[in-house]
Design a protein around this ligand. Sequence first.
Ligand SMILES: Nc1nc2c(ncn2[C@@H]2O[C@H](COP(=O)(O)OP(=O)(O)OP(=O)(O)O)[C@@H](O)[C@H]2O)c(=O)[nH]1
Ligand SMILES: [Mg+2]
Length: 321
Amino acid sequence: METVKKIQEGDVRTASRLIRRIEDGVLEARSTIKKLFPLTGNAHIVGITGPPGAGKSTLVDGIVTQLRQKQKKVGVLAVDPTSPFTGGAILGDRVRMQKHAEDEGVFVRSLATRCALGGLAKAVGDAIHIMDVMGKEVILVETVGTGQQEVDIINHSHTVLVVLIPGMGDEIQAIKAGIMEIADIFVINKADRDGGSKLYRELVSLLDMAPASAFASGWRPPIVKVENSFVPESFNNSVAELTQKIEEHHQHLLASELMVSRERRKAAVELSEAIRNTVYEPIMDKLITEGTIDAMVEELMAKTSDPYSLAERIAQRFLKS
Ligand SMILES: Nc1nc2c(ncn2[C@@H]2O[C@H](COP(=O)(O)OP(=O)(O)OP(=O)(O)O)[C@@H](O)[C@H]2O)c(=O)[nH]1
Ligand SMILES: [Mg+2]
């Protein structure tokens, strides 16, 4: 209970330790999350995704500055599903976030992939809960790329920013392949570069082509151009505009049915992650350590059994009904 109280008071050390324990898969850490869960649901969670090096962290930093000017308490979660070991991007983020390091109203944490069987999205969900209970009003979750794991991560958020940069060639392809549906706001970063206007026009025509049902809730994703971060004044102005759009989207969610459906999406992803963590992973761990998986692979190689029969054998052993 002590831990819960400390987190409610915004204690950074307690929160950091709990996040680390969740990342490490420490089972008792879950009991704290169980107690925190009923206290969650106050924060506006904003996901930021896009290709590597698109300037997401620079942007997050700019958004934090804007939100702090409005006295909002902010949490930042940088998730790197791609590099379990290098931590390069995260190291860079630490340096970049330094200017908020002294600010008590900002809490920044990074998560990297640790366990081979996934579970990252679960840690993301729990870290968001922790920041929520700490009283962070806006939680920014940065993640690289647009694969399935990133979609799982992004499903934890209410508002999704998709960051694109000019001159990558295949960015529109990537949008067609799936992020179109998840973007609430498009950001063209490094808009100072060649191709910024072209990318803007392409996005507009892509949105024009979308079926009316895509905007049924009354929200058409705006496209915000963010100017060169090395020219502070224009950068800050465009990030202020972006921050405005983020707030507008939050208002739109609250005023429509959309917030409820986002919460439902979030609940569903959390549940499936929890099942994965509680049912699938422990069974898989046991099968691997006791050598059953290897033995079963041999059976398949020898064609003495088939994958379905083996899976059914496992189900009979572990599942009661
Ligand atoms: N030309 C230009 N460079 C920028 C701009 N914003 C950021 N950069 C540079 O782009 C590089 C990547 O920026 P980050 O903010 O780390 O990008 P990121 O998307 O967070 O990168 P990952 O987390 O590694 O995927 C850095 O060297 C930045 O200095 C910009 O507006 N214009
Ligand atoms: Mg980054």
